[in-house]
Design a protein around this ligand. Structure first.
Ligand SMILES: Cc1ncc(COP(=O)(O)O)c(C=O)c1O
Length: 506
């Protein structure tokens, strides 16, 4: 029988929706004996009706910069997200334990953010900083309240790299010094200046001369570095197999790493006016959730201040309650920054970066004109402001603490279950790393191909995690802050299953 066109369209779309519904039911009921079972999710995503997978993949291969690498042998085509869940074009559901690289702080497609964007965009999208608008006033006032009183000036940019670049500029003008000191294994961005402060060979291009004025000093990793003990880390889990003879309020590893840093200063920097700023993440993110020994940041900050430099806390990954115990990661180190930089979780995926500093430091930018077209636009301000509200209303910092600690504890059991593969479990709140090795004596990183197999298996069982560290052998877990203990159980079970499979194979 011949159908007219509109009947055909209705029939086709009814069929697509039916098929979609069937996939959702199969996903949640999980009839196959595919242990472990994914926690339920009531939300039903819309049917995917974008370009087919092959077309998108071809476009990625030919039009998108080849330097932008996708995860997985068969890269995921993500179609929709809700809270901690993502769906691909086939309707397969994933638990997102990576949060778009620690960026989706309050959950995918949060209805409150969607409503705020809709309301704002129907009124005003952009004016530029040459005019005032109330959204900026509301946002910076709210954000400022989260910092110590001396940090009262807020400058809005579009990304973390831009925020760090601006922080470096301010510090240099303010101190009239040139050098930015950062830590080895740190990541601070991909622009010319910030990539020079980033200290990992994997992010370093050959042939490209580094700009002058950067010093990358010491690698204070208590697991992989030269020193570390059994009480060094501000984490529920300490390094396995390392001893510690330190007294209360003392950390020998910290002293040792500090001596190394001092040595770098003495050999590399001028004796006076040497350092404009020391920049550090509170927990190294891209570097694989590396935590410094206790008191290390305090010591370095005191030292840098004595030398006339500023301390820039890069809170791009560790901010907004992710570390659980505190709203800002630096608070866990007992230090007070002169400048704080923010991005990623600040706006749940909306492009926004922030520099927060004191009046005195901010004044430095007055010696010339400075301008940023998009920075501080009404939409970004509304999203940033809504993110702050949601974190408070949904008690997400506390959730990061409770669920994060629970997950870290569970993951730590993998150390004894897979001693030859799991070398270290570390982190704080929902900023977690699981370091994979091939030899527990030498701590040799697990071969990349094997890490990738484990990584693929975890994805195939429905959990998305990241990978990082200099050797790309650290599973990075930094989900939206709304994940539950059930999600943590599922993540643990899936990672364990992937490790068992690896064990069985090799
Ligand atoms: C700690 C840290 N700082 C800065 C940046 C740069 O941020 P963006 O990619 O928004 O430029 C990143 C990005 O991963 C980061 O992890």
């Amino acid at each position: 029988m011949l159908m007219n066109k509109s009947v055909r369209v209705i029939a086709t779309s009814a069929f697509t929706n039916l098929r979609w519904f069937a996939i959702q039911v199969r996903n949640s009921v999980s009839t196959v004996k595919d242990f472990p079972k994914m926690p339920d999710c009531k939300f039903v995503p819309s049917a995917y009706n974008g370009a087919n997978y092959e077309t998108v993949e071809r476009a990625y291969k030919s039009v998108v910069s080849p330097s932008l690498k996708q995860f997985y042998k068969e890269p995921l085509l993500i179609h929709e997200g809700r809270r901690q869940w993502l769906w691909d074009h086939r309707g397969k559901r994933y638990l997102d334990m990576f949060g778009g690289v620690a960026t989706v702080s309050v959950g995918h497609s949060h209805p409150k953010i969607a409503a705020a964007i809709f309301e704002q965009t129907s009124k005003l999208n952009h004016v530029s900083s040459v005019y005032m608008h109330a959204r900026l006033h509301e946002y910076v006032t709210k954000l400022k309240a989260k910092f110590p009183s001396k940090l009262k000036v807020v400058y809005l940019t579009n990304s973390g790299s831009e925020a760090n670049e601006l922080a470096f500029l301010m510090a240099r003008i303010y101190t009239r010094s040139q050098h930015i000191v950062s830590l080895q294994n740190g990541y601070h961005g991909a622009t010319y200046g910030t990539s020079a402060s980033t200290a990992m060979s994997t992010w370093r291009y050959p042939f490209i001369a580094q700009p002058a004025g950067y010093l990358r000093a010491v690698y204070p990793d208590v697991y992989r570095g030269d020193w570390g003990g059994s009480r060094c880390r501000d984490s529920p889990v300490q390094v396995a197999g390392r001893k510690c003879d330190c007294n209360e309020r003392e950390c020998i590893a910290s002293e040792k790493y500090f001596e190394k840093l001092d040595e770098s200063f003495r050999f590399n920097l001028p004796c006076t006016r040497g350092v404009a700023a020391f920049v550090a993440e509170s927990i190294q993110g891209v570097g694989g959730a590396v935590q410094y020994p206790k008191y290390f940041l305090q010591k370095v900050c005191d030292y840098v201040h004595k030398k006339g430099g500023l301390y820039i806390a890069d809170e791009v990954q560790t901010g907004f309650g992710r570390t659980g115990e505190h709203f800002w990661g630096y608070e866990g180190h007992g230090v007070e920054p002169d400048i704080v930089t923010l991005a990623k979780g600040v706006a749940n995926g909306f492009p926004l970066g922030v520099v927060v500093t004191s009046n005195k430091v901010a004044e430095s930018l007055n010696s010339a004109l400075h301008f940023n077209t998009f920075g501080g636009n009404p939409l970004a301000c509304v999203v940033g402001s809504t993110v702050l509200d949601i974190i408070e209303e949904e008690d997400l910092q506390q959730n990061a603490y409770v669920v994060g600690t629970y997950l870290i504890d569970r993951l730590s059991t993998l150390l004894s279950q897979f001693p030859d593969v799991v070398g270290d479990v570390r982190g704080k709140g929902l900023m977690i790393g699981v370091e994979l090795i091939s030899n527990s004596e030498t701590r040799t990183p697990l071969q990349v191909e094997r890490v990738l197999e484990i990584f693929e298996d975890i994805k195939n069982m429905g959990v998305l995690v990241g990978k990082g560290g200099l050797h790309a052998n650290v599973l990075r877990i930094k989900p939206p802050l709304c994940v539950t203990k059930m999600d943590a159980d599922f993540t643990f079970a899936v990672i364990k299953e992937a490790l068992e499979k690896h064990d069985g194979k090799y």
